[in-house]
Structure formats: structure tokens, C-alpha cells
Design a protein around this ligand. Structure first.
Ligand code: XLS
Ligand code: MG
Length: 381
């Protein structure tokens, strides 16, 4: 067994907002002291975390003067250099201020849409200044409760227009390698959010002016909130080269956005997501976008950080064990036997005869395979 300590090469990352979270929820006041974005950068770097993510406003609060902005960015760069930590994703906060109560990019009011775009432009500029090259658009409030009030067809058009606008800005600024990503979520804080899943986001991306420059950030909890299989969500994005970032956390299905510590629920699914990205050699950030329990005090937040990392590393070890397990591998070999057979041309295929009953008798071994997986995860193999 390894020591489960993070290395920079593991590509772990945390959102600044996850550590800055003070435990406030819709029913209760904060339960822990605030911490600044700058201090989070330092503390994460010292714990050997590779990177951080942010909303630009986590570092530079909206309404800061130009001098304050420049000082904060300078200080962030200094701390990043001191602790050898980088920024891998910078989005914008277009959900907290009341002006965005009916969305940003999909607001009926052109001034609000422009303000949302200004926030995203600001995030791209700040991201660029801290050496980041991804702007994650989690629009939060672009959705609806009252469908009579908002046209979903129009909303999709406005999202497309917004993404194309931002892409044009990136090109004009010659921010080489800078990319955009959509982070889908089915609901919360809106009753329904536009583009609720990875598949919806991918479909919109295909219609953009520069589809190759826009991908998705799949968050495991967001898929599970919709009752979907997070492993399958990540797989589809990965398969088409669109997994620009991935948010690891945990969630009981079909509930409010719980943002639990990675692995705290849905352990088997978490294992398969780790297996997926590790086996694929995916080199994107393993970003933890979870919240410490409201019961955690400021100090215990670091237990949460350690927990997310340790669970990932333990699951990665389990992946290696799974891939080396003779019983599991021989079952898999049998299950996949002949799977790569060519498909004959239609003229030939339509005349072929199949013994469907014989084909149906092929053993699947699912019971045994799943039990072996279970036992491996339970630590008895
Ligand atoms: C909220 C989102 C958010 C994004 C960043 O549910 O997960 O935290 O990741 O804006
Ligand atoms: Mg997220």
C-alpha cells in the first residue's frame, strides 16, 4: 500500500471557493471563519496540491479598484511561485449578485447580459494574468422556474451567442491556448438550468463558431443529481476529446446539490471514474469541487482536503490492483472475446443467418465480476 500523499504530478486541484466556503446554507449562518483566496492558494500549495481553480471574484472581489486588482493578482502570482502551485481554471461569479437573479447570458435585459459577458471577459483576463488557460462557464442562474416567462429556444441561442462572443475575444487578444468550457448542472439554484447534462452541453458546442475550442467540465455530483451515471457522463466527454476538466465530489442521487467529499458516497461509481481517467492517461486536472460538512470548523477543512486526495489515491491503487487481478482479468478476457469482429457490408449482413438462441446462451459472468470488484473495493482481495 502507498502512503497516499499527494504529489504535484498527481494533478490534484481544488476550487478556492471550496475552502473559502464558510458553511452557510439556505437555512443557516456560517459555521466557520472566513479565509482569503490568497491564503487558500498558499495552504493548498504547501500541501502539495498541484493547482487551484477559481471564480475571478474569489480572488478579486467585484468592485475592486484597478490598483487593488493588480495588487491581488501580483500577490497571487507571488504565492503561486513560492508554493509551486498553478491556476488551471478561472470562471466568473455570475450567480451571487441579485442582478443575476434571472440569469446572466440568458437574461431578458441586454444590460444584464452585457454585465455577465463583462464578468466573463474579466475572468479570462485575470486567468491569463495568473497563467491559466481555461474559462469554465458554470452559469448557475441561467435557467427558470416559471417557464411561461422565459423561452428556452431563445435561451439556447443567447448561450451560443455568449460563447461565440467570448471566443472572439480570446482570438482578438491572442490568448494562445485559452479555451472555454461549459459546466452543466441540472438544477439548483434554479428550478431547471439550461443545458442540464454533459450531452446537452456537447450538442450546443457542436453548433459554435469554433467548436474545437470549447469543451465540458463534468462534475460527478451534477450527473448524480439528475439520477445519471457519472461514470458514463465522464466517459462520453472523454471519448470525444471534450473533457477539459473534471470536478470530483460525491452525492446521494436525486437530491439538492450536496457537494460531498470525494468518495463519501457512490464509492463504486467513483472507482470507475478514477479507472476511466487513469486508464485513458487523461492528463487534465483532478479537481475537487466539494464542500466540507457544515459541522467542520476551519481546521477540519484540511481533513476534508486530505480526505478527497487520499480517497482518490486509494482508488487509483485499487485500479492498479483491478488491472492486475488474474481472476478479474481472465473473466474480462472471456467477456470481451471476439468483441472486435468486423461488421460485414449491408448486402452481406442482410442475408446472414443468426442462431439467436445460441448467442443468447453466451455467459456474461456479471454476477461474479461485480462481486470480485466489490471484494476488491472492500479490501478482502
Ligand atoms: C456549482 C458548480 C460550481 C462550479 C464553479 O454547483 O459546481 O462550483 O464548479 O463555478
Ligand atoms: Mg463544479
Amino acid at each position: 500500500m502507498g502512503d497516499h500523499q499527494p504529489k504535484k504530478s498527481d494533478h490534484f486541484s481544488f476550487g478556492l471557493w471550496t475552502i473559502m466556503n464558510t458553511g452557510r446554507d439556505p437555512f443557516g449562518e456560517p459555521t466557520r471563519e472566513p479565509i482569503s483566496g490568497l491564503d487558500v492558494i498558499t495552504e493548498l500549495g504547501r500541501r502539495n496540491v498541484y493547482a487551484y481553480e477559481m471564480h475571478a471574484e474569489d480572488l478579486v472581489p467585484a468592485g475592486s479598484t484597478a490598483a487593488q486588482r493588480d495588487r491581488l493578482i501580483k500577490e497571487a502570482n507571488q504565492r503561486m511561485a513560492d508554493e509551486n502551485i498553478i491556476c488551471v481554471n478561472c470562471g466568473a461569479n455570475v450567480f451571487a449578485h441579485p442582478v443575476f437573479k434571472d440569469g446572466g447570458l440568458t437574461s431578458h435585459d441586454p444590460k444584464v447580459r452585457q454585465l455577465a459577458l463583462q464578468r466573463y471577459l474579466n475572468a479570462i483576463d485575470i486567468g491569463h494574468e495568473v497563467g491559466c488557460n481555461l474559462c469554465d462557464l458554470w452559469w448557475g442562474r441561467d435557467g427558470a422556474e416559471v417557464d411561461a416567462a422565459k423561452d428556452p429556444v431563445e435561451a439556447i441561442k443567447r448561450l451560443r451567442e455568449g460563447l461565440n462572443y467570448l471566443q472572439q475575444y480570446i482570438d482578438e487578444q491572442s490568448y494562445a491556448g485559452y479555451r472555454l468550457a461549459i459546466e452543466p448542472k441540472p438544477n439548483e439554484p434554479r428550478g431547471d438550468t439550461y443545458l442540464p447534462t454533459g450531452g446537452h452541453a456537447l450538442a450546443l458546442i457542436a453548433t459554435l463558431d469554433k467548436p474545437e475550442n470549447c469543451g465540458v467540465v463534468i462534475e460527478l455530483a451534477h450527473a448524480r443529481m439528475a439520477g445519471l451515471n457519472a461514470y458514463h457522463e465522464v466517459a462520453q466527454a472523454l471519448e470525444c476529446g471534450k473533457l477539459f476538466d473534471c470536478h470530483f465530489n460525491a452525492q446521494k442521487p436525486l437530491r439538492f446539490d450536496q457537494d460531498l467529499r470525494f468518495g463519501a458516497e457512490d464509492l463504486k461509481e467513483s472507482f470507475f471514474v478514477v479507472k476511466l481517467v487513469e486508464d485513458a492517461g487523461w492528463d487534465g486536472p483532478r479537481s475537487f469541487d466539494a464542500h466540507p460538512y457544515r459541522t467542520a470548523d476551519r481546521e477540519e477543512v484540511w481533513d476534508f482536503v486530505e480526505g478527497c486526495i487520499r480517497t482518490y489515491l486509494i482508488l487509483r491503487e485499487k485500479v492498479r490492483q483491478f488491472n492486475a487481478d488474474a481472476d478479474i482479468q481472465s473473466l474480462l478476457k472471456e467477456i470481451h472475446e471476439g468483441a472486435e469482429g468486423p461488421i460485414p457490408p449491408p448486402a452481406e449482413l442482410s442475408k446472414m443467418s443468426f442462431d439467436a438462441d445460441a448467442l443468447a446462451r453466451r455467459k456474461m459472468h456479471h454476477e461474479r465480476l461485480d462481486q470480485l470488484t466489490q471484494e476488491l473495493l472492500l479490501g478482502v482481495r
